[in-house]
Ligand binder design. Structure first.
Ligand SMILES: Nc1ncnc2c1ncn2[C@@H]1O[C@H](COP(=O)(O)OP(=O)(O)OP(=O)(O)O)[C@@H](O)[C@H]1O
Ligand SMILES: [Mg+2]
Length: 479
């Protein structure tokens, strides 16, 4: 359906009226539709509900005054046009809705991140930078002063602040000139196995993506070489890391490209991309990952001697690039399909995110039962696991909520040390940052009440620090 760009005149034909056409009376500046008069605001609000409103083009004449409403109204009207009820089948209906939503989302994304803007990590105060480097502030200051090439910026209060690139360069410098035999670059050494952490649970919204994103960024900021893999066709992790699944990720540019069964398969290096954090790489996701779920049953029927079966495929491609990384973090989809099973087989460690509420815990119970059944099957088929640890991470925890506390106590009594000591608190700092596809390490502290941001960051750092200890323990390093 076309959107009619109306002039200042009422619709010329009945058809236009039926399709919905609005125009503006230049004298009264009222928006009109049919014979009814509305105030602009009311009209635009109605545009949301009334699929017959199509064009707001005339409002361009009043751009300045109404710009905000106009943009919103115009977008709403376009969506309304696309979602207007016409007799059609389910397929066409869904196609049209997907289309409409997709253009809305792209418009939203353009507004939040115009093409000229670049995502990035915020800058760090000396106290934070020294914590990330694991040194005292005075040593940080001294080292920074030895590095004339550093372009350390100043905060408005005249304090030095360090960018993530500065911290990265300082760490390298310390490692080269550092005293004694202390190492500052924490890269893997001989005999230390690549750590592959799969974040999973089939309960949607349990905090998998939030956990995976913050963990990957935190570890990269601590100096590890990290590969984050988005295994979810919804691709929220990719969006958080600045790769929009619809516009920035083309065919064969997800992990599917590297694990597919046909001749279009590409080397895994081709699907890895850099991010705005040094040493944090990403294999993005998008809808094409679903193909793996469809291809696998066919591939199983046609399998030949020597084929890598579905459960071994992620493991195999990770091995191809293992030397480049210390830790791989995989964000799994909220379902127990072939992709998730393959991520389980590739994992050395499993992080199960759980929101401490009855329905979530019941769902996790099913997840555990089904997963263990399936694992037994693929183990019988020859899968080999490299398992180090599994931990439950309590997410979106509200300490003042009685039933949640009870549930956490309950989980700790059943699962003991398999529950991480530190829970991730529910906080508006995380959910608000998520609205603009950002993490806690990206948003500016000044956007929030100081205590809200600091509490959120403290909880997040405590969780990640505990996971880092588990990684070091797996390598046999002191924690
Ligand atoms: N600690 C937190 N405090 C507040 N909100 C949170 C927190 N963690 C996650 N959220 C919010 O909860 C929602 C779901 O989180 P997230 O996307 O991480 O879950 P998920 O398990 O990956 O979901 P899915 O199963 O759909 O992949 C998001 O809107 C996110 O911003
Ligand atoms: Mg997710």
């Amino acid at each position: 359906m076309q959107i009619r760009i109306s002039g200042s005149k009422p619709p010329a034909s009945k058809a236009e009226l039926t399709y919905g056409c609005i125009w503006m009376n230049r004298r009264t500046r009222k928006v009109r539709s049919g014979s009814v008069n509305f105030s602009l605001t009311k009209k635009l609000l109605l545009a949301d509900q009334n699929p017959r409103l199509l064009s707001l083009a005339e409002l361009y004449g009043f751009r300045e005054k109404y710009r905000h409403w106009q943009e919103m109204g115009f977008e709403m009207a376009k969506t309304a046009a696309k979602t207007a009820p016409v007799p059609e089948g389910l397929t066409a209906l869904m196609e049209r809705h997907a289309d409409a939503l997709s253009s809305q989302l792209q418009a939203h994304h353009l507004k939040v991140f115009p093409p000229t803007s670049e995502k990035g990590i915020r800058t760090f105060a000396p106290s934070e930078a020294s914590k990330l480097l694991g040194v005292g502030e005075s040593y940080l200051r001294q080292t920074a002063s030895e590095m004339p090439e550093l372009n350390v910026s100043m905060s408005p209060g005249g304090r030095r602040t360090f960018s993530i690139e500065d911290i990265h360069a300082i760490r390298k410098h310390m490692d080269q000139v550092g005293r004694g035999n202390r190492r500052y670059l924490p890269h893997r050494r001989d005999g230390e196995q690549l750590q592959v952490i799969s974040v999973m649970n089939f309960k949607g919204g349990s905090g998998k993506t939030t956990t995976a994103a913050h963990l990957a960024q935190y570890l990269a900021m601590r100096g590890y070489r990290i590969l984050a893999i988005d295994l979810d066709p919804q691709a929220s992790l990719s969006a958080l890391f600045g790769s929009q699944p619809e516009t920035d990720v083309g065919p064969n540019e997800t992990l599917y490209g590297a694990i597919r069964y046909d001749e279009e398969q590409v080397p895994v290096e081709q699907v890895v991309r850099g991010t705005y954090i040094p040493d944090l790489h990403l294999i993005p996701g998008n809808l094409e990952l679903m193909e793996f779920e469809h291809d696998t049953p066919r591939a199983l029927m046609k399998r030949k001697e020597g084929d890598t079966l579905f459960y071994g495929r992620i493991s195999q491609v990770i091995e191809d690039i293992a030397d480049n990384y210390d830790v791989v973090v995989i964000d799994c989809p909220p379902q127990l399909g072939y992709l998730t099973l393959s991520a389980l087989t590739a994992a050395t460690s499993i992080l199960v995110t759980v929101h401490p509420q009855m329905l979530d815990v019941m769902s996790m119970n099913q997840f555990l039962a089904m997963t263990s059944n399936l694992l037994r099957e693929i183990e019988n088929a020859g899968a080999q696991f490299k398992f180090n640890w599994m931990r439950y991470l309590i997410t979106r925890f509200e300490p003042s909520d009685g039933p949640q506390n009870q549930m956490v106590g309950y989980l700790r009594s059943i699962f003991g040390e398999n529950v991480l000591n530190f829970p991730m608190l529910k906080t508006t700092a995380v959910s608000d940052a998520g609205l603009t596809n950002q993490t806690l390490f990206e948003v500016e502290r000044s956007q929030f009440t100081r205590s809200t941001y600091d509490r959120a960051l403290e909880a997040m750092n405590a969780v990640n620090d505990e996971i880092e200890s588990l990684i070091k323990k797996a390598w046999g390093r002191p924690t």
